[in-house]
Design a protein around this ligand. Structure first.
Ligand code: NAI
Length: 464
């Protein structure tokens, strides 16, 4: 048995980042992790492997569609799927290995196995019980299930996001259930690999909750890339044979039932907190109605000495939100003042073009009765974007009509996921559209489109 200042349960982006910050702040720290490698869902079977596949297939798409125009003649490369998966695994290995190195460097103990909390101050891993002044639960989330749809990642016919990264072969027909982030990112990967992709979505728009302009434009762009959408459709069930699936959905508008064939069905209908086996109910930890661990503004649960962060608590299930909470709770435990600004958490979809948003949407602000101004600029007016065939998409900035303060933004376009941070920084500082517009932006860059959208909130953009 060992004794620690902090034991963190889970080594995903929330847990491992928290552990590093705890150690840096002088706390004796251990992390419990049952996977064979560190990094949680994000590094092992989420953000990182999917980005490797998105990168590889983006290049394939460029070769097939844009190389000849640029005078790069010759046949587009053929796909070696086994090698592509091996490249993806290598990227994962480099990243998970990097976390192991950081643990050693910061003298963080990795307690291998799945932990439970028999009482506040105690964490059981295998047969051993360790003591900790404080415990941070960073146990993450797992995919939600859908009635009538049984996921079997090993069989590779009905899969979740984990199985979709390991398909034995590229499906001729892929049906994705759910037009959220996972469905669209992985749907894009397979569409670029030549699969016929149909996305079946319950709501009447893709990426529910996002800005309406983004939803409409993004759908059109994905349709241009060959992805089919069936919206307003409730999935009734999936039947499988040895090598195929039949998916039935009911259209909400007329209650008609439609059955479609698929080689693979990807279930991407959301995730739920993963807290099973921790013994939290037994020690009286309170949950929300949606199964999230309840915490206060300092990530403390109702049981003294037990904290929780990341996907297991309320808020967007995003790696960077978990990371921020991980750092902040470490500071709280070290007697400092940890803080997360939940109003400025960007969200990014890593398709091509990328989609990035931050702050409130135009619809949400209007519903609040807030007086706003919207500045929009199309990438068609951005020289750099046109040079790389990325003139589709736009930057949309939403500001307070009286103070000009930036309240929200959405970008569809090249490197949107990186460009959004200029707007995040402006928002953190309570900045205005004029602040962005008065900042010199290098030419030619994609970021000039952000400045033009800021100019559109004032006297008008130059290139529109
Ligand atoms: P999601 O919540 O983004 O989307 C799920 C979609 O499935 C929604 O559009 C929903 O309306 C639809 N849906 C639910 N039940 C349905 C049904 N019965 N029939 C048809 N459609 C149905 O969830 P997703 O894509 O599974 O992602 C899970 C979590 O992981 C999200 O919180 C997401 O933000 C996060 N994530 C973030 C990434 C990023 O930041 N790039 C990448 C991957 C995941």
């Amino acid at each position: 048995m060992a004794s620690y200042d902090v034991i963190i349960i889970g080594a995903g982006p929330g847990g491992y980042v928290s552990a590093i910050r705890c150690a840096q702040l002088g706390l004796k720290t251990a992390v419990v992790e049952g996977r064979e490698t560190l990094g949680g869902t994000c590094l092992n079977v989420g953000c990182i492997p999917s980005k490797a596949l998105l990168n590889a297939t983006h290049h394939l798409h460029e070769a097939e569609h844009n190389f000849a125009t640029m005078g790069l003649k010759g046949k587009a490369p053929s796909v070696d799927w086994a090698q592509m998966k091996s490249y993806k695994d290598d990227v994962v290995g480099q990243n998970t290995g990097g976390i192991e190195f950081l643990f050693k460097k910061n003298k963080i103990d990795w307690l291998k196995g799945y932990g439970s909390i028999p009482a506040a101050g105690k964490v059981k891993v295998g047969d051993e019980v360790h003591e900790a002044k404080n415990i941070v639960i960073a146990s993450g989330s797992v995919p939600t299930s859908l009635p009538g749809v049984e996921v079997d990642n090993d069989a590779g016919i009905v899969v979740d996001s984990t199985g979709a990264l390991e398909l034995p072969k590229i499906p001729k027909k892929l049906v994705v259930i759910g037009a959220g982030v996972i469905g669209l990112e992985l749907g894009s990967v397979y569409a670029r690999l030549g699969s016929e992709v149909t996305v079946v979505e319950y709501m009447d728009a893709i990426t529910p909750g996002m800005d309406g302009d983004v939803q409409r434009s993004f759908k059109k762009l994905l349709e241009k890339q060959g992805i089919n959408f069936v919206l307003g459709a409730a999935v009734q069930g999936v039947e499988t044979t040895k090598s195929k699936a039949k998916l039935t959905y009911k259209l909400k508008k007329d209650d008609s039932e439609v059955t479609i064939d698929a080689d693979t069905v990807l279930v991407a209908t959301g995730r739920k907190p993963f807290t099973e086996g921790l013994g939290l109910a037994e020690i009286g930890v309170e949950f929300t109605e949606r199964g999230q661990i309840k915490t206060d503004a300092h990530w403390a649960t109702n049981v003294p000495g037990i904290y929780a962060i990341g996907d297991a608590i309320v808020g967007p299930m995003l790696a960077h939100k978990a990371e921020d909470e991980g750092m902040a709770v470490a500071e709280v435990l070290a007697g400092k003042h940890g803080h997360v600004n939940y109003d400025v958490i960007p969200g990014v979809i890593y398709t091509s073009p990328e989609v990035a948003t931050v702050g409130k949407t135009e619809a949400a602000l209007k519903a609040e009765g807030r007086k706003i101004k919207v500045g929009k600029f199309s990438f068609m007016g951005n020289a750099r974007a046109k040079a790389v065939f990325q003139g589709d998409g736009f930057v949309k900035l939403i500001v307070d009509a009286e103070t000009d303060r930036v309240l929200g933004a959405a970008i569809i376009g090249p490197a949107a996921g990186d460009m959004i941070h200029e707007i995040c920084v402006a928002m953190e500082y309570g900045g205005s559209a004029q602040d962005i517009a008065l900042t010199c932006h290098a030419h030619p860059t994609y970021s000039e489109a952000v400045r033009e959208a800021a100019l559109a909130c004032g006297d008008g953009p130059i290139h529109a």
